[in-house]
Design a protein. Structure first.
Ligand code: CMP
Length: 140
């Protein structure tokens, strides 16, 4: 079933100049790009986006990292997009990510891990409208 997911090419990947290579991975894997936006988030925007992690010890550091430069938020669509994107990204910690995954190839650490992808349909339903209104997302 066709499904949408939110991905973010994170500030570390933008700074390294590998955004194009990461987008190519999405395209090669068959994801359709329905929306894309470069945004340099404020601390408040990053904290609200990651509110689910508010009580984690890495929360402050994560918000600082996500606001250190621009990132590229995108809406991707494919059959089973949420699970397939997470497989393509690899494990959160690049040291544990499988060969050929985006994080294995481009991430620097468990925090600066190059990409984000919605972890469930519920998360996608919060994360997509967090960055995009209806007019900014291409119809199917
Ligand atoms: P992401 O998939 O965007 O979801 C939450 C983010 O928090 C995660 O990627 C990492 O960037 C970061 N993160 C998760 N676990 C840790 C950790 N143990 N230490 C530091 N950052 C983490």
């Amino acid at each position: 079933m066709s499904q949408r997911t939110l991905t973010i090419v994170k500030p570390d990947a933008i700074a390294k100049g590998v955004a194009g290579q990461i987008i190519a991975r999405f395209e090669q894997a068959g994801f359709r790009i329905l929306a894309a936006k470069l945004i340099h988030m404020t601390h408040e925007q990053a904290a609200d986006f990651y509110a689910v992690h508010k009580s984690r010890p890495f929360f402050r550091s994560l918000c600082a990292f996500m606001t250190q430069g621009p990132c590229l938020a995108m809406v991707l669509e494919a059959d089973d997009a949420i699970a397939r994107l997470r497989e393509l990204m690899g494990a959160t910690d690049p040291a544990k990510a499988a060969p050929g995954t985006i994080r294995k190839d481009f991430a620097s650490s468990i925090e600066a891990n190059a990409v984000h992808g919605s972890d469930s349909a519920e998360s996608a339903a919060f994360e997509i409208p967090y960055f995009f209104n209806g007019l900014e997302i291409l119809p199917r």
